[in-house]
Design a protein around this ligand. Sequence first.
Ligand SMILES: Cc1cc2nc3c(=O)[nH]c(=O)nc-3n(C[C@H](O)[C@H](O)[C@H](O)COP(=O)(O)OP(=O)(O)OC[C@H]3O[C@@H](n4cnc5c(N)ncnc54)[C@H](O)[C@@H]3O)c2cc1C
Length: 375
Amino acid sequence: MQADIIVIGAGVAGLSAAYTLAEHAHVIVLEREAFAGYHSSGRSAALLVPSLGSEVVQTITAAGAASLHEPPIGFDRPVLNHRGALWVANKHQTQDLKNLMSSTVGMAPCSPDQAVARVPILRRDWLHSAAYEDEVYDIDVHVLIEGFRRGIQARGGRFLAGHTVQAANRQSGLWRIETPQAIVSAPIVVNAAGAWADPVGQLFGAQHIGFTPMRRTAATVEAPDGLEIEDWPFIINPAEDFYVKPDAGRLLISPADETHTPPCDAQPEELDIAIGIHEAQQALDIEVRHVQASWAGLRTFAPDREFVIGFDTLAEGYFWLAGQGGVGVQTCFGAAAYASGLILNGPSSGISAIDALRDRITPARFAPAETRIES
Ligand SMILES: Cc1cc2nc3c(=O)[nH]c(=O)nc-3n(C[C@H](O)[C@H](O)[C@H](O)COP(=O)(O)OP(=O)(O)OC[C@H]3O[C@@H](n4cnc5c(N)ncnc54)[C@H](O)[C@@H]3O)c2cc1C
């Protein structure tokens, strides 16, 4: 099989890039698992919080926001559902909340009474100050993944599940990539392998970035008796000790943990679930009779915690799309547009706001100067 571009990984990063590229090129997506979104992308808290992260993250989020709000034709349902976010602080965290408010557009102060009116189980003896951010949305990740997957096929691309990339070599300007079932070749390969980005990069002789996968845990518990929770906002404190949000009639609780973990099928640890529930119970009157479901996923960070998007400095025709950390879902349209712009039209992607931050995104920032080829 031959294509113009091979994308490795069918999480939101690989699928969104393949979908965007497939409008202009013949694309094949190779995914190890039996279905798309099995790892981090299917395990997220599924939120769009435009104020989150560095300037790079906010700019990439903004570049793709219109497509999340109004998905392209072929996405069969809306992707976003309004949620809002309530930032809550105890007396030790009030200064942190003030600092956050002063640096965040769209976050308005909210009195403790107003906060309790929104979320009646907030503990008044804990709550000292609060702020409300309106432009926060739930993301329907299933609609997103299915929309990308169908769109790739409608644009003539191929999605090959159950294809683990095991080996690669470059001959006559083509990458020849081996999976147990097939040999696939293309002049350009995009590494969107999430937590496996570095080991996959090794197969291509690409530079070592030093990604760190970090486990994050979530659990759902029953909603408090007699309360209608569906319209409650996402609840988080500035220290990010925990967060809580309504999730299909239950409450989703996360300890917002970050545990360094080798790339794997991440599983939740009971201790992390217990810590999340304990932290949430400091701020909220939640009685947990039992945990209904729990899961964990990996958020993968480059050493400086910024995205890594761009051609490699060692391996020809090899492109990185990795290091999305805790914001890979909300940034997918923006990151895909930037990546596609560089691949198809480089050296500028055509998205000037992101191009202006290129030095903070390019893989070249991790390459020793003496080993570089032109990126
Ligand atoms: C608990 C939790 C909450 C989160 N909340 C949010 C949130 O609210 N909002 C947000 O925007 N983000 C959130 N995130 C982060 C988000 O989930 C990730 O940034 C995003 O899913 C990363 O997407 P990806 O496509 O890079 O990785 P993945 O979804 O992990 O996809 C990588 C794919 O590559 C495949 N692969 C790896 N190696 C190979 C190989 N050799 N051959 C073939 N295929 C291979 C894997 O099987 C996998 O399917 C959260 C994450 C977690 C864990």
